[in-house]
Write a protein that binds this ligand. Structure first.
Ligand code: HEC
Length: 135
């Protein structure tokens, strides 16, 4: 009886240990280096091209097509919200960022009905943090 209890304790302990081991295993979210300089034309615009321009020549009075997007975003008041689309240096105050971060702070998350890959969300966040340059 004694050894049975000991075995039970051992099995329970092992199970707990393996549970602890496997806890960290899962899909690894790629992280961007925060000192990487994000380029508007090479990093941000391609995200708009892939996910946004189907609706955003005009939806929300926002044109995200190449050559027009920058001047529609930085320091420009949103058309549907009493806030600025992109405040250089401040993603949390930027409607563009709050529309893609899953917060729902300004109505529907973008792209409508979906969620950008986390690396793309990070790129846009970094671009804003780095001053939202037209680079
Ligand atoms: C299926 C269509 C659709 C897609 C795709 C889409 N949007 Fe939108 N978007 C809308 C509509 C409709 C509105 C207006 C209603 C609202 O504010 O949610 C809007 C509003 C916005 C606004 C607020 C504009 C303002 O000044 O009020 C932003 C910012 C925005 N979208 C960004 C994006 C970004 C970035 C993407 C791509 C990642 C994207 N959208 C993809 C339909 C879309």
């Amino acid at each position: 009886m004694k050894t049975y209890t000991a075995k039970l304790v051992l099995v329970a302990a092992l199970a707990w240990m393996f549970r602890a081991c496997y806890k960290d295993v899962g899909p690894v979210e790629p992280e961007l280096e925060t000192d990487t300089e994000v380029s508007f034309s090479n990093d941000v615009q391609p995200i708009f091209n892939a996910y946004c321009i189907a609706c955003h020549p005009s939806s929300g009075n926002l044109d995200l097509r190449e050559g027009r997007s920058y001047s529609q975003l930085v320091n420009v008041p949103a058309s549907g919200y009493p806030a600025i689309r992109v405040v250089p240096g401040d993603p949390e105050a930027s409607v563009l960022y709050k529309k893609i971060d899953g917060s729902g702070a300004y109505g529907a998350n973008m792209p409508t009905g979906g969620q950008l890959p986390s690396t793309d969300v990070q790129k846009i966040r970094l671009w804003i943090e780095q001053g939202a340059k037209n680079n």
